[in-house]
Design a binder for this molecule. Structure first.
Ligand code: IVH
Length: 711
């Protein structure tokens, strides 16, 4: 064991050990702050960073005399750069679904065929091209001139990096040739070639500057330079492979448009090819895989796209990815290293997650020193012991996984790990809940400290301010950590009273006078908080951090309930009525919502403290009603539609997607609330039921005529 990264219980530390560890932690945390803030190159996950700070604070609490002048508690890292403006993507920049095995690819093709109602043998061309491991970028050309460039960001909103992109030699400032649309947003990947990456790192080393872990990080770091003249010196490259907004398109196929890109002077990948069937696709994949190392740039798979744009249009999107494309990933890269220790992180819902502390090792070009171990059973099942040599796997950006132990090399003194039965943050019992129905214990051990557990409270706050929740600029995990430890922000409402409370403090205690802050940054923070006093209902529900309610579920709830008052009323009624009540069923019947979520809502709202948190917050923020962003001019807006029987012109899936796009709600069973039943051939009981209830029944032709798709 390292000795430095002590796992000794804090109550067992001697004074000398505590002093030594505080010194070590101060140095380590400072180093990670610099890596994160100044260098854009963190070595450890946020959770691991949090664990370091938590331990530091806990040791300080027990040995207050040893709090150092340079204690991390008194410092927040160098402020993040906020100089890039934000850009909203008119057409979101989506991600891709993944295929790993050959069968996943056949399934993708089958799915596409099924959706389009194509026979198994009908021709279906797809393009195949390497998946570049760089960063995606959107470049807008107006009248052929480069007017804006933006990073992907969260897909909805990215950073404006126009000046930097203009320094990339491969990217034309003006598109050449004829038939360039008035407006076109070219999308593609910025990357750094292997040779350029090596050269850059050698130069960096010679200049005593930082070394990049891999070409992708180097490309990202090079692009996000405030000083564009630095970007100009980095040999960044580009491939165009997609587009966003366009006043018109130069072709009717994927490969036609990409060829037009090339004609306009945009670099495109010469390895793109059209494949006619799954055999051609897999042959392409294997060939690219074999040549991977000699391409000269990093790729992490192959991307397939349905070639015909009219079919792409019909296929549309499912959640965050197109139905018409898929990424076929290469198998993950592996390495072996020593497991030095296991630490426990406490999450927002009290889950205790074990993290492996590893001897740093390079896997697929990235230095890895931590990996998740998931849960206690996983450690047991794989018989992972401290001191073991373990096999690690990294696939793309995913957190590294421990695949297993190299048993032949197990040292004699390898130590089995005893999973704690008490929360390391608050000392409460940590238990595995038993499922009433199955009688089986949950895989997750949870801290029972609930509201008294500082780790949970802090994690809830971090969730509250996270990107898809309140998303307050300048108030990220690190600041929450600091403000929580100082008692400035202990619960969500505190965020919105911070400015007023600060003003009442003696000057010495005020944030503006703290090291690492200044009038300007504090003012910026207060402005950012003010800007979030209005928030959409879906973000607000997500921010509450209720168990089982992620972004999608929060959105489903917001969509169905519309306003915060209705949310409170509906959930309040379900708390009162309990399981079996009408109010319970009303929530359960919401599209996308099931019993688990309803139970979680009841657990949350049934707890007086949570109602208080909500109540306090609502005094301070304005939750805006959910806005339906869909068409309002279609003839089927808000209509409830049921499809039954076999349709001729399109598959049931496509019909459903089309109806939803036009604002209708598609359900599976006929009731008095149903507006239309669309009956294909061989329609059965649903048709009978519709007739009984007097619901309008449409033939497929009548339906297509109604939605304007006939002929
Ligand atoms: S197509 C709507 N093609 O992979 C589909 N993406 O995992 C747009 N990527 O965010 C993406 N090479 O940054 C496409 N040849 C390629 C790609 C590619 C790399 C990246 C892209 C995207 C991510 C999705």
């Amino acid at each position: 064991m390292t000795g430095k990264n002590s796992t000794k219980q804090i109550e067992d530390l001697s004074a000398a050990e505590a002093k030594r560890e505080l010194q070590h932690l101060a140095r380590e945390i400072k180093r990670h702050d610099d890596l994160y803030y100044a260098e854009d190159q963190p070595e450890i996950s946020d959770a691991d960073y949090d664990a370091l700070r938590l331990r530091n604070a806990a040791i300080e609490a027990r040995f207050p005399d040893f709090v150092r002048a340079d204690s991390p508690t008194n410092r927040v890292g160098t402020a993040p750069v906020e100089a890039f403006g934000k850009v909203r993507h008119a057409v979101p920049m989506l991600s891709l679904g993944n295929a790993f095995a050959d069968e996943d690819v056949s399934e993708f093709l089958q799915r596409v065929r099924r959706f389009l109602g194509l026979a198994g043998e009908a021709p279906l061309d797809v393009t195949a091209e390497p998946k570049i491991d760089g960063l995606s970028i959107s470049i807008t050309y107006e009248d052929g001139n480069l007017v804006q460039a933006a990073t992907r960001g969260d897909g909805e909103e990215g950073e404006k990096v126009t000046a930097n992109v203009r320094t990339i030699k491969e990217i034309p400032h003006r598109l050449k040739g004829r038939r360039v649309p008035d407006l076109i947003e070219v999308r593609g990947e910025i990357y750094l070639g292997h040779a350029d990456f090596q050269r850059l790192n050698a130069e960096q080393a010679a200049a005593g500057a930082k070394i990049f872990a891999n070409p992708r990080n180097a490309a990202a770091g090079s692009l996000r330079q405030l000083d564009a003249s630095i970007t100009a010196k980095r040999p960044l490259r580009f491939f165009g492979y997609a587009w966003g907004t366009a006043s018109s398109l130069p072709a009717e196929t994927q490969d036609g448009v990409v060829q037009a890109f090339a004609g306009w002077g945009i670099p495109t990948n010469p390895l793109m090819k059209i494949c006619r069937n799954v055999e051609e696709i897999l042959a392409y994949y294997h060939e690219i895989g074999l040549n991977r190392a000699s391409l000269g740039y990093d790729i992490d798979g192959v991307v397939y796209k349905v070639n015909r744009l009219d079919l792409q249009e019909r296929l549309g999107f499912v959640s965050r990815a197109p139905r018409w494309a898929i990424a076929h990933k290469f198998p993950p890269q592996e390495a072996t290293t020593r497991l030095n220790d296991i630490d426990i992180q406490v999450g927002r819902t009290g889950a205790l997650t074990p993290t492996a502390r590893l001897e740093p090792v390079t896997v697929g070009g990235v230095v890895v020193s931590n990996a998740t171990l998931h849960n206690e059973d996983e450690i047991q099942r794989k018989d992972i012991r401290i001191g073991d040599l373990v096999t690690l796997r990294r696939a793309g950006d995913v957190i590294p996984q421990i695949v297993g132990v190299v048993l032949e090399k197990r040292p004699d003194d390898a130590k089995p790990y005893k999973f704690p039965h008490r929360c390391p943050a608050c000392g409460s019992h940590a238990v595995r809940e038993v499922d009433e129905k199955t009688g089986r214990a949950d895989v997750v051990r949870r801290c029972t400290g609930g509201l008294i557990c500082p780790a949970q409270a802090k994690e809830r706050l971090k969730h509250f301010v996270s990107r898809n929740a309140f998303d307050i600029e300048g108030l990220g995990e690190k600041q929450i950590e600091l403000f929580f430890e100082e008692g400035r922000i202990m619960k969500p409402a505190d965020i919105f009273t911070l400015q007023a409370r600060e003003a009442r403090k003696p000057a010495d205690d005020q944030l503006v006078n703290k090291k690492g802050f200044g009038t300007k940054s504090v003012e910026k923070l207060f402005n950012a908080i003010e800007a979030r006093r209005k928030i959409s209902l879906d973000r607000f529900i997500f921010a509450l951090g209720i168990r089982h309610i992620g972004e999608t579920t929060a959105r489903d709830l917001a969509k169905a309930l519309g306003t915060i008052d209705e949310f409170k009323r509906a959930v309040g009624a379900a708390v009162k009525g309990g399981r079996g009540s009408e109010a319970y069923a009303d929530l359960d019947n919401i599209e996308g919502i099931g019993e688990t979520v309803v139970d979680a809502l009841i657990d949350f709202y049934g707890e007086p403290h949570n109602r208080e948190v909500l109540h306090d917050l609502l005094d301070l923020v304005e939750v805006q009603p959910f806005v339906h962003t869909r068409v309002t001019s279609s003839p089927i807006v808000d209509k409830v539609v049921v499809f039954t029987g076999t349709l001729e012109k399109m598959s049931r899936g496509e019909a459903k997607a089309l109806a939803e796009r036009l604002g209708a709600k598609v359900t599976g069973s006929v009731s008095a609330k149903t507006d239309y039943v669309v009956a294909g051939s061989d329609a059965g009981s649903k048709l009978t039921k519709a007739r009984e209830l007097g619901v309008s029944v449409l033939t497929e032709e009548e339906w297509l005529a109604l939605v304007g798709q006939a002929g």
